[in-house]
Design a protein around this ligand. Structure first.
Ligand code: MLT
Length: 395
């Protein structure tokens, strides 16, 4: 039986690693040529994309720590775990909304400073006469804009409805599946500008991509008035300097983020209108376990069967195994590849029992069950076809 080496490059919850038991995937922390890699937020570089590497499974949603484009060129499948930590992030957004609306952070600081008030008779009246400065607002009845209605954003939108907020969502790439999950009370905004005009609170839930870099910026802030902005997505999607400028102008009331930058830390030290957390949105026992289990299951399924689910750079593929000999072929998504592959298989006298071919962007992926024995020599012949990136015999 084929054996696959799986190397963890971050701390992965044990319950996930336990899922390797009983599979043909073996945990090996020092493997120099792993077949699969498990990673959380550790930043990977070209050096981590070793020759034998077939897949990287990210225990989390964001893949901005992985050189995905290079992986695609090399035929390395990158998985993530959409939804596995969505509840954890949603709950921290709730905390962010509360921090923002009720002056909780400044209130705690105020009380902690009262170490000189050692008598209750002095402390109590002092608190009562000073509490007016921390008067807040209720979330109920105010408007919540949600940017990005994927696994996390849709949960945040539903939470807003449950809090009796007026919820407006913006997601030009909303999937039918995600749309079905949204309550009817969530109103769609057709532009970000519209969302920024009408929202009291805005929570951002979009991935960091070249197309989303600093997409939340002064061109939107100018339409806001006293807005509370929450970023539990990635620091790259927000123009931080614009945030600070527009807090000073009054368009933004405050900024609560899980992604501090040096300039934000500077500001948070001076004023309470910036509240910073150290990227703990997904840091709950439950989320870490959910992500680890999902990441390991997806990786083992792929290494053992070639089936793909939840890849960011490859299409979803599932072919129920019908023979003892299965090959996977990764090729550039260019015309006439299926014909060339079928011709080569014919010349090698390999008979196809079942075959599927699916593409995503520049990449195409074939799973082929063969009726007769497939030799290493045949695999090498298939590798020689122009525009084929990799061929694997899945024993
Ligand atoms: C995510 O992208 O899902 C989170 O950033 C996960 C994490 O904290 O590792």
């Amino acid at each position: 039986m084929q054996e696959f080496l799986v190397k963890p490059l971050s701390n992965i919850a044990q319950v996930g690693l336990d899922k390797l038991e009983g599979t043909s995937c073996v945990l090996n922390e020092s493997a120099s040529e792993p077949d699969g890699v498990l990673v959380r937020s550790t930043k990977l570089s070209s050096e981590d994309l070793t020759d034998n590497l077939k897949a990287i499974s990210r225990a989390g949603a964001g893949v901005n720590n992985i050189p995905v484009e290079e992986c695609t060129e090399k035929g390395i499948v990158v998985f993530n775990t959409p939804g596995a930590n969505a509840n954890a992030v949603k709950e921290l957004v709730l905390a962010g909304l509360m921090l923002s609306s009720r002056n909780i952070y400044a209130s705690i600081d105020f009380v902690n400073d009262l170490t000189d008030k050692i008598e209750m008779s002095e402390l109590e009246p002092y608190l009562e006469s000073n509490k007016k400065q921390f008067k807040g607002n209720e979330l109920s009845g105010s408007s919540l804009g949600v940017v990005g209605l994927g696994a996390i954003g849709s949960k945040v939108a539903r939470m807003g409805v449950a809090l009796d907020m007026e919820v407006i969502g913006f997601d030009p790439a909303l999937s039918v599946e995600a749309a079905w999950k949204l309550p009817s009370q969530v109103k769609p905004a057709t532009t970000l500008e519209e969302l920024f005009r009408v929202s009291d609170y805005i929570s951002i839930h979009i991935p960091a991509l070249p197309t989303t870099e600093k997409i939340i910026n002064k061109d939107l802030f100018k339409f806001s008035n006293n807005l509370s902005l929450l970023n539990f997505a990635r620091h790259e999607v927000v123009n931080t300097q614009d945030v600070l400028n527009f807090i000073d102008k009054g368009n933004l009331r405050n900024f609560i983020t899980d992604f501090p930058t040096p300039e934000l830390i500077q500001r948070a030290n001076e004023k309470k209108d910036v509240i910073l957390l150290p990227h703990i949105g997904a840091s709950t026992a439950q989320a870490e376990e959910n992500c680890a289990v999902m990441a390991v299951n997806q990786l083992t399924e792929f290494l053992q069967t070639g089936n793909i689910v939840n890849s960011v750079n490859f299409p979803d593929v599932r072919l129920n195994r019908t023979t003892d000999y299965r090959i996977s072929i990764i090729n550039k998504n260019v015309p006439a590849m299926i014909g060339q592959i079928a011709t080569e298989l014919g010349e090698l006298k390999l008979n196809i029992a079942e075959m599927t071919n699916v593409s995503k962007g520049d990449i195409a992926y074939n799973l082929i069950d063969i009726e007769n024995e497939v030799s290493e020599e045949s695999i090498n012949k298939l590798k020689g076809i122009e525009n084929v990136i990799d061929v694997r015999l899945i024993g």
